[in-house]
Design a protein. Structure first.
Length: 232
C-alpha cells in the first residue's frame, strides 16, 4: 500500500519548526519574548484584546526588536464595528506603522451581524501593502468561519489569528485543522487562545498548525511554550 494512502499515519510534526508569536504590550515584554525565542512580536496598546500602540512604543520596539514586528490597529475595545472617523484613524495608523518599518499590521473589521466587513477590509489591506496583514480574533465571532476564510484570502490577508471558534485553541483543534487544509498555502492559520507550554505540542499534533500565538505580557508563558516545542 502506498505511503500516501488515506489510512497511512500523518507525518510526525516537526515541533521545532513551529513559529511562536508573542503578544506584547511594552518594550520590556517584547525584548523578553524575543530573548525567549519568539519568532514574531505582535505589539499592542492597552485594553481588552489590545489597541493600537503609541508611535513612541512602535518606534522604540523597531529599534530593539530584530524578529518580525506586527502591530495592532484597533482604535477601541467596544467591538469590531468601525465608523468612518475610526476607519480614518486606522488608515492613518497603518501609514504610520509602514513608515516606521513595521513588518505587519493586525486588524479585523466586522459588520453588525459579525460577518467580515469586506469593503473596509479590502481598503485597509490594500493600504497596508507591502506589509503583512493579519486578521485578529474577531474572526472567531463570524457566523461561518469557512466563508470568512474565503473572504480573507480574496482580500489578500496573509494570516488569521483564531482559536477555531472555541474557548481555547486546543478545544478548537479540529476546526483549526480544517481551516488550515482549506487555506493551503494561500493564508497562514495562526492558532491562539490559551496557548501554554504543557499542551502546545498536543495542539500542533492535532491541528497541524505551524504558527501559534501566546500571551507575551507574561514572559514566562513564552519561555514555556518555546521550551516545550524545542524538547525532544
Amino acid at each position: 500500500m502506498s505511503a500516501t494512502s488515506a489510512d497511512a499515519p500523518p507525518p510526525a510534526p516537526h515541533f521545532g519548526a513551529v513559529l511562536v508569536e508573542a503578544c506584547c504590550d511594552s518594550v520590556y515584554t517584547a525584548v523578553a519574548a524575543q530573548e525567549a525565542g519568539a519568532g514574531r512580536i505582535e505589539l499592542c496598546g492597552p485594553g481588552d484584546g489590545g489597541t493600537t500602540p503609541s508611535l513612541g512604543l512602535m518606534a522604540r520596539c523597531r529599534d530593539v526588536i530584530t524578529v518580525p514586528l506586527h502591530v495592532m490597529i484597533r482604535p477601541h475595545t467596544r467591538d469590531f464595528v468601525y465608523h468612518d472617523d475610526e476607519l480614518d484613524v486606522m488608515a492613518n495608523d497603518i501609514v504610520t506603522a509602514r513608515t516606521l518599518g513595521m513588518d505587519g499590521v493586525v486588524f479585523g473589521p466586522l459588520q453588525r451581524d459579525d460577518a467580515v466587513d469586506t469593503r473596509h477590509l479590502m481598503e485597509l489591506t490594500q493600504l497596508a501593502r507591502p506589509m503583512a496583514v493579519a486578521f485578529h480574533r474577531a474572526f472567531d465571532r463570524t457566523p461561518d468561519p469557512f466563508a470568512a476564510l474565503h473572504t480573507l484570502i480574496h482580500a489578500g490577508v496573509t494570516h488569521v489569528l483564531t482559536s477555531g471558534q472555541a474557548t481555547t485553541a486546543l478545544d478548537g483543534a479540529a476546526t483549526l485543522s480544517a481551516l488550515r487544509q482549506r487555506a493551503g498555502d494561500r493564508l497562514t492559520i495562526l492558532a491562539g487562545g490559551g496557548i501554554r507550554g504543557p499542551h502546545v505540542r498536543e495542539l500542533v499534533q492535532r491541528s497541524s498548525v505551524r504558527q501559534v500565538h501566546a500571551r507575551g505580557t507574561d514572559p514566562g508563558i513564552i519561555r514555556d511554550v518555546v521550551r516545550s516545542l524545542r524538547e525532544g
